[in-house]
Design a protein around this ligand. Structure first.
Ligand SMILES: CC(C)(COP(=O)(O)OP(=O)(O)OC[C@H]1O[C@@H](n2cnc3c(N)ncnc32)[C@H](O)[C@@H]1OP(=O)(O)O)[C@@H](O)C(=O)NCCC(=O)NCCS
Length: 157
């Protein structure tokens, strides 16, 4: 029988990434290309899940992504990712995206995304991940919401 994995708190795998948006990140309108933000979101979520699982992970599902504000070239994009659900081999990450004008310091929340990853062993097979635990009431609520989202995804597949 496989050894039981030690549960980890949400805070242990939080990730913060910041990247300056350069001309090569632009779309035809001169703002930041949404696909570039999606790539950064996927990477931030994967990093949080890798930290939690201490394994390689692959993306298995991405919930809808809504961009509420354009991000400008020259803005600093800030991504905060954390694990919100750990199943047997799957993990959900919540990724919050903010854009900061580095001159004025003004920050805008541009979108929040939920992504699901699966941890893989060295042969590329799904492998068990450590359980996740909440340390605050707010985290408990968010973990409950994440569990419901995962149940909904599974029921739709
Ligand atoms: C991820 C992958 C390894 C899973 O393999 P699988 O044989 O389907 O494995 P399982 O059926 O055991 O599912 C593994 C976990 O994923 C979850 N899962 C599967 N499909 C899901 C979906 N659509 N949404 C959410 N979770 C899902 C399962 O519930 C299971 O979770 P659990 O172990 O916590 O209960 C396989 O689907 C794969 O390789 N996908 C491609 C990944 C990839 O290349 N991503 C990059 C895309 S460019």
């Amino acid at each position: 029988m496989a050894a039981k994995l030690k549960a980890k708190p949400i805070r242990a795998s939080k990730i913060n990434i910041a990247q300056l948006m350069q001309p090569e990140h632009a779309n035809n309108l001169g703002n930041v290309h949404g696909g570039w933000i999606m790539k950064l979101v996927d990477e931030a979520g994967a990093l949080a899940c890798m930290r939690h699982a201490q394994r390689r992970v692959v993306t298995v599902a991405i919930d809808s992504m809504v961009f509420r504000q354009p991000i400008r070239i020259g803005d600093l994009v800030i991504l905060n990712a954390e694990v919100t659900y750990a199943g047997r081999t799957s993990l959900e990450a919540e990724v919050q995206v903010q854009a900061e004008n580095p001159i004025t310091g003004e920050r805008t929340h541009t979108n929040t995304a939920y992504l699901v990853y699966v941890a893989l062993d060295k042969k590329g097979h799904p492998v068990s991940v450590p359980p996740l635990f909440a340390e605050t009431e707010q985290e408990k609520v968010r973990m409950n919401q994440a569990q419901k989202r995962q149940q909904r995804r599974i029921s739709q597949t």
